[in-house]
Design a protein around this ligand. Structure first.
Ligand code: HEC
Length: 201
């Protein structure tokens, strides 16, 4: 019967239960069970409208304006930029090159006397730590390799990490000074340790 499918809400749409005064959906009975004709609570409806508005604004911002806070890659790049500005030394790339200017070497010499001489000898001849004047190296003799050793240390062998003690620039200065000691004759040279390596400088 076509009548059963008519949209009953369009006409006189509800009945009142004579016993409880509840609003019932009209002409809607299954196995003697009636269904209440409740409205959705206003807070629920408003919440729904708000999500719609939110969704539309989100779509427009994302696809229309390509908002930087909605696109992860852009957000990431911006955060990295900000971090770099707040903390310039951490993210600047280091150029692993031996410094040769007199000012850097003088600075390096001072740093060596303060931080390294106790273990490597005042002239770099070696004490607890290895001799820097010979051709033998345990961890390699490139600026990059030495920078790694000085930054991170070799804790189990007693070499201190310096990354939180002196800046990257200072590490490069002291390393350049260390390299300048190669081939000099220390007062009491320590026996060679490590492998004999070509001298790249
Ligand atoms: C507390 C003692 C100590 C101090 C301070 C110290 N070193 Fe060392 N250093 C060592 C020891 C011990 C080793 C040997 C590590 C190993 O056997 O792997 C070493 C190794 C090294 C090496 C690697 C040598 C190689 O043959 O590969 C370099 C480079 C070095 N130190 C540089 C420095 C510099 C530069 C400083 C100062 C900024 C410094 N060290 C301060 C004890 C020290």
């Amino acid at each position: 019967m076509a009548e059963e499918y008519k949209d009953f809400r369009k006409e006189q749409d509800y009945e009142i239960d004579t016993l409880t005064n509840d609003r019932l959906i009209k002409d809607h009975v299954y196995d003697g069970i009636r269904e209440l004709d409740n409205d959705l609570p206003p807070w629920w409806k408003w919440l729904f409208y708000v999500t719609l508005v939110f969704g539309v604004i989100y779509l427009i911002r994302l696809y229309g304006f390509q908002a930087p806070d909605l696109i992860q890659d852009v957000e990431y790049a911006n955060e990295m930029k900000q971090a770099e500005q707040e903390n310039p030394t951490k993210n600047t790339e280091i150029k692993y090159e031996r410094l040769t200017d007199a000012a850097s070497l003088a600075e390096g010499k001072k740093l060596f006397a303060t931080h390294c001489a106790v273990c490597h000898g005042p002239d770099g001849g070696g004490l607890i730590g290895p001799n820097f004047t010979d051709d033998y190296w345990i961890h390699g003799n490139t600026v990059e390799a030495i920078f790694g050793v000085v930054s991170n240390g070799v804790l189990e062998k007693g070499m201190t990490p310096f990354k939180d003690v002196i800046s990257p620039k200072q590490r490069l200065q002291v390393i350049s000074y260390v390299l300048s000691l190669h081939g000099t004759t220390p007062a009491k040279p320590k026996d060679p340790q490590g492998d004999k390596l070509d001298w790249p400088y």
